[in-house]
Unconditional design. Structure first.
Length: 227
């Protein structure tokens, strides 16, 4: 029994050390990582568009510190999605920071369902980046599937690719359909899976109208909002 206790304490100590190092590394390389991944912000969302996006993707965005267990939130916040892209994305850091970046990428690629490193990084990102910048980056860079053989990034890019118009010219119904894609852009693709996208969009419309609510943290499908 004592051996098991010592083993558990050792594992806990190693996990805490790993998370502490991840947080310290993210804080140290934050400026370099942001400089290596510049973003040209799209036109800002309207107040109503921001409300729709956050209600679906991150209900407590302006209240949480990078992580959230709000109903309908799921395992990722906007902050943690940005942290993944900023710290573990395509940009390459130099020196010791770059070596640790490659290590953390490997851990995340291997064990993303249980790796808490990104969660610590999201706390660092939220502490170092304003909510306004986070939202602007997310809107400009969120992955929106593939269209005609190329990746589509950002809501502006999605509006132009799938709807043939700028984001500012979309109707609320069209904007909801774009937001509905974010959870699984190729699974809710407007060309390849229009029925699935229509069903998810209808659930979101019911959610926005107050006719239903998420059933707990993991209910990002809004199962009570279906027909």
């Amino acid at each position: 029994m004592k051996r098991w206790r010592r083993a558990l304490l050792l594992v806990a100590a190693l996990v805490l050390a790993y998370l502490a190092l991840a947080g310290a590394w993210a804080w140290m390389v934050f400026d370099a990582a942001r400089a290596a991944a510049p973003v040209t912000a799209d036109a800002p969302l309207s107040t109503r568009q921001s409300t729709i996006l956050l209600r679906v993707e991150d209900p407590t965005f302006f209240e949480h510190a990078g992580l959230s267990i709000a109903p309908g939130q799921g395992v990722a916040t906007i902050s943690s999605a940005l942290a993944r892209d900023l710290f573990l994305g395509d940009s390459r850091l130099d020196g010791a920071g770059g070596l640790l970046q490659r290590f953390y990428r490997g851990v995340f690629d291997c064990c993303k369902r249980i790796d808490l490193g990104r969660d610590v990084m999201s706390l660092v990102l939220d502490a170092r980046m304003s909510k306004q910048e986070q939202l602007a980056r997310y809107v400009a860079t969120v992955y929106m599937g593939t269209h005609e053989g190329r990746q589509v990034k950002g809501l502006e890019g999605a509006a132009r690719s799938y709807l043939g118009k700028p984001l500012a010219a979309t109707s609320e119904e069209e904007f909801v359909r774009l937001v509905a894609m974010i959870k699984a852009p190729n699974g809710y693709h407007p060309v390849r899976s229009p029925d699935a996208l229509a069903q998810r969009s209808a659930r979101i419309q019911s959610l926005l109208a107050g006719r239903c609510a998420p059933k707990g943290w993991f209910d990002t499908e809004f199962i009570d909002c279906g027909p």
